[in-house]
Design a protein around this ligand. Structure first.
Ligand code: FES
Length: 247
């Protein structure tokens, strides 16, 4: 006899979504609990895997003055939590000509002069659901150390929660993205295998395969996707793809 899904047997706990009380299975992530409560995601949900940054969520616990944060797709519900999602937070994003831009801190500062409004309060770091040292990478940009800013901001998933708490009104995550682009394209040492792959793509090596995929039905695509060779969950570092095609 097949077992009932966990969401049908788990204990129900109360949570508050945008101020309204719902009873949801205690085992669910916030994202699944929101869906369990009857909401349908149109925004605020992308990868469901902790990568895309679409599902930033803030919540409070009963009797706790602090704001807590998490990614709705990764964070499990808690009894009596009061939550809302912040799938987008407005933040200034500069336009620039990447090709002519110099990869130096002064160039970043010229595009984002608000960098120097940072008062080092560290609210950005405290609110980051990825535990990125946001204040520290901003400090690195200010002193022109783009390599360090790139390293410190590498795990940023662009959820924008840092900008939501910043008293200096910085768009930290846009600044970090620019720094990583500058570092990756203009400062990091060139690698032969990347150059070779870029050339392969530019020469149309994959075009025939792309054309074939575009002609397939949804069912054919699903079948192909399901049958693909997959990296194992355990010890992926020991795994090697059978074919180096596309790597
Ligand atoms: S849905 Fe992509 S990080 Fe949560």
């Amino acid at each position: 006899m097949s077992q009932a899904p966990e969401s049908l047997t788990a204990k129900l706990i109360p949570i508050y979504i945008m101020g309204k009380r719902y009873e949801v299975p205690e085992t669910l992530t916030i994202m699944k609990a929101i869906e369990h409560a009857g909401y349908k995601f149109i925004r605020g949900c992308g990868c469901r895997g902790g990568i895309c940054g679409a599902c930033g969520t803030v919540y409070r616990r009963p009797g706790d003055y602090r704001i807590h944060v998490g990614l709705a797709c990764q964070t499990v519900v808690e009894p009596e939590m009061v939550l809302t999602q912040i799938p987008f937070y407005p933040a200034n994003r500069a336009s620039y000509d990447y090709a002519t831009m110099e990869a130096v801190g002064a160039a970043v500062g010229a595009l984002y002069p608000e960098l120097f409004r940072c008062v080092a309060c560290n609210a950005c770091t405290k609110v980051c659901p990825m535990d990125v040292e946001v204040m520290d990478y901003i400090a690195a940009v200010k002193r022109g150390d783009l390599a360090e800013a790139m390293r410190l901001s590498f795990d940023c998933i662009q959820c924008g929660l840092c900008a939501s708490r910043c008293m200096g009104e910085l768009p930290q995550y846009h600044i970090a993205q620019l720094v990583r682009r500058l570092y990756g394209g203009k400062l990091a040492p060139a690698t032969d295998h990347v150059d070779a792959m870029v050339k392969k793509i530019a020469d149309g090596y994959y075009q025939q395969k792309i054309d074939e995929l575009k002609k397939m039905s949804v069912d054919e695509l699903k079948k192909l996707y399901t049958a693909r060779e997959q990296e194992p969950h355990q010890a992926p570092e020991l795994w090697k793809a059978k074919s180096a095609e596309g790597l």
